[in-house]
Design a protein around this ligand. Sequence first.
Ligand code: HEM
Length: 399
Amino acid sequence: MTNTVLSRTAPATCDIDLFSDQHLENPYPNYKLLRDAGPVVHLPELNVTALARYKAIRFALDNWRTFSSADGVSLNDLLNKAWTGTVIASDPPYHSALRAVLNERVSPRQIRKLTADIEARAELLVEELVERGSFDAMTDCAYRFVPPVILDLIGFPKEGSENLLQWAEQIFNVNGPDGNQKMQESVPGLVKMFEWLGKECTKDRVTPGGFAATIHEAAERGEIKPESVVPLMAGYSIPGTDTTIGLIGSALHLFANNPDQWKMVRENPDELLRPAVAEVLRMESPVQWFSRVLKQDYDADGVIVPEGSRILLLFGSGNRDERHFPDPDRFDVMRDPMDHLAFGGGIHGCPGQHLAQLQAISILKAFARRVERFEITGPAVRTLNNTTRAFFNLPVTVS
Ligand code: HEM
């Protein structure tokens, strides 16, 4: 099956490069062009069809039978094959079995039990940073706060786990299109991570009671295939670090640039921290896209996209869609956009979202107790990644 758009009306086609450094730095002008071009837009360079509008993305997320994840959610065969056997690259019924392994562990009820511990970690770190007065919101704050929480929960052996963050960034780069430089340069990281997980994260070496041990036990009981253990361990460790780090960095950046919004949050943290984090996720979605493959023709307002086409779900664009969010480029902590797309949705909706939100809320809460104002004091440098959106450096002073 060829991957072209057969249309009753003229198909929109666009030659925007979604992986140029310029786009990764600021994707929003291109996203607007794509949204305005039509309900679906064919990108011939990538041979994919992009959904950039909120409504179409939500529809795709809610219809896994048509928009399947079983052929992977990246833009190249290498990663799509490597992810085989994990939740993110499967459809029901096996998806349900894989998802069931850790569903309870990451449920709101279980994550709530971690509140005191995560808040205590946030307090300790923020106290130190505020005492310093000036620090890098990424390297001194987000990068130090997030990985230890995830690593303690998953229970990997210490030796080697310090590479996890680097591997996470590389794997989100490998998610990109074949032949893309960032994608190719990051492949060795993917190989090393799978090797380490297979050799070092064996049943006898992971912490009893951790996520990794739970995954091994599910395989022993025959609930999942033995070959799913490594990809599932990767699936619950890799997507949780870079993304949450990106969220915290974007929050501090947005609050530094919108002191009136920070003032409102400080005055009413119990009410406003949760919607403020949702608004950060909407404004700067840490995961900008994943893809699907059509299992039947898709009729998008009269434009037929044929079965077999790879579809790009541009979460970062849907979250700025003026058709759904009025004045979408305005950061407004009162907006409470609970239906944002930053965690995807439907059966693949992010299972780690409660953990990620707890971490972001805890760190902001600790700052809210102590800091009236953030000021950016040097260049805010982005990590230009094929999939994720985050800063690498964000120098700030607090007062
Ligand atoms: C701000 C932080 C996070 C963001 C923005 C995020 C974003 C996403 C998105 C957009 C998806 C949907 C994938 C799709 O539809 O194909 C997803 C799925 C997933 N996320 Fe997250 N995530 C975050 C944190 C986490 C954490 C902390 C964990 C682990 C504890 C995690 C584990 C997963 C897993 C396992 C999936 C696959 C679920 C499935 O396919 O059923 N994520 N995430």
